[in-house]
Design a binder for this molecule. Structure first.
Ligand SMILES: [Zn+2]
Length: 379
């Protein structure tokens, strides 16, 4: 295939972003962001597809692109999506009308282009790193995305592993730390993501802060709790005197959000900020989180024998604070065969920060890499 460009589309609850990307990962043209083609404003499937394809046609016609004939295909990254079926299914942050949404088929038909693919954001992140980032030189690697949850994408022997049901690489839901006290969204206890995602680390922070009751994070915790309490009181007073039904619904939603914040008033970003000021408790929280993540990574190495593991997403943005304890714990727990250096003097396996971590276009690059993957594998 000689086409010059691929399209990457990132669909989130708040909006969509479309990028047209060249082979080197340069974004030639980009449209979108928060509020652009927002799923909640386009609740009917066909309405969204029509609006999306209209935007695509306009972009293809731009003189920098030179028409649809220069486009090799379209990759779409969306939550709760299946590569195998090409459908978005039961995504918690998308409109209920979007359940069982055959988006690949519908877009392909509307825009009259064959190569339209869909996958989840962790697989897209892995493919993005493989096409344009630090994984360019390897065919054996793992991507770990540390956001609200913990996602993963695995490349082994030059293929992204999707498995029999398209569910390959749910490493966030392997059991990690056997305390038995953190219930996961999946209904089981002590999944890795309850400890090592950005949210997982925030839980650890609240737990540690309550025990130690000292330091920068404790002050922040007290401050936030007082703010949230005051706001909750205020909203409840308003709710009691409100008659308008729409306004009551609004207030109730705000109260639910405040109650959620009350449970988790500290974020992983707060822990990172405190670590930068050398706060001992913040460093302890990172050490605990990195130890659990590193021990799990040592187990994952035994499955597919990668030489590189990448960390991406919110928590990975804390850089050395998460990387160093994770690296150390993985090294200690690795089976002897995976330790040390290969014949060329490279570490047999190591953990790295994603090279796309601070790239604002990471999500569209990842989605666009779905098309290059198909071209590469010759399917
Ligand atoms: Zn789980």
């Amino acid at each position: 295939m000689e086409n010059k460009y691929v399209v990457g589309i990132d669909i989130g609850g708040q909006g969509s972003t479309i990028g047209i990307v060249d082979k080197r990962g340069e974004v030639i043209l980009c449209r979108g962001g928060q509020g652009f083609l927002a799923p909640w404003d386009h609740r009917e499937q066909q309405v969204y597809v029509d609006a999306l394809c209209k935007a695509l046609e306009e972009m293809f016609a731009d003189e920098k692109i030179g028409g649809k004939e220069n486009i090799a295909g379209i990759g779409i990254g969306a939550p709760s999506s299946s590569y195998l079926t090409g459908k978005i299914e039961k995504a918690p942050n998308l409109p209920p009308e979007w359940d069982n949404f055959e988006i690949t088929k519908m877009v392909s038909k509307k825009i009259n282009l064959d190569n339209v693919f869909l996958d989840n954001d962790a697989n897209a992140a892995m493919l993005g790193e493989w096409a344009y980032g630090g994984a360019k030189d390897t065919n054996h690697c793992i991507m770990i995305t540390l956001g609200t949850g913990l996602g993963s994408g695995i490349v082994a022997e030059g293929r992204l592993i999707r498995g029999k049901h398209g569910l390959g690489g749910e490493l966030g839901h392997t059991r990690a730390y056997h305390c038995g006290d953190r219930i996961c969204g999946c209904g089981r206890i002590d999944c890795l993501e309850r400890y090592a995602s950005a949210t997982g680390m925030a839980f650890t922070a609240v737990q540690f802060v309550k025990q130690k009751q000292t330091g920068i994070l404790y002050e922040k915790y007290k401050e936030r709790i007082a703010e949230i309490r005051a706001e909750l009181l205020d909203k409840n007073i308003k709710l009691n005197s409100e008659k308008d039904e729409e306004e009551i619904k609004n207030l109730k939603a705000q109260i639910t959000e405040l109650e959620r914040k009350y449970e988790l008033p500290i974020s992983s970003k707060d822990v990172c900020d405190a670590a930068e000021k050398n706060d001992p408790l913040a460093l302890e929280i990172f050490a605990f989180t990195g130890k659990i993540l590193g021990e799990s990574l040592a187990n994952f190495v035994a499955f597919s024998d990668p030489n590189k593991i990448f960390l991406f997403g919110g928590l990975a943005k804390s850089g050395k604070y998460i990387l160093e304890p994770t690296r150390k714990a993985m090294e200690v727990n690795l089976l002897k065969n995976y330790k040390g250096y290969d014949d060329e003097g490279n570490k047999k396996v190591d953990v790295y920060l994603s090279e796309l971590n601070n790239n604002a276009d990471a999500a569209i690059l990842g989605a666009s890499a779905l098309v290059w993957e198909k071209i590469k594998s010759g399917n």
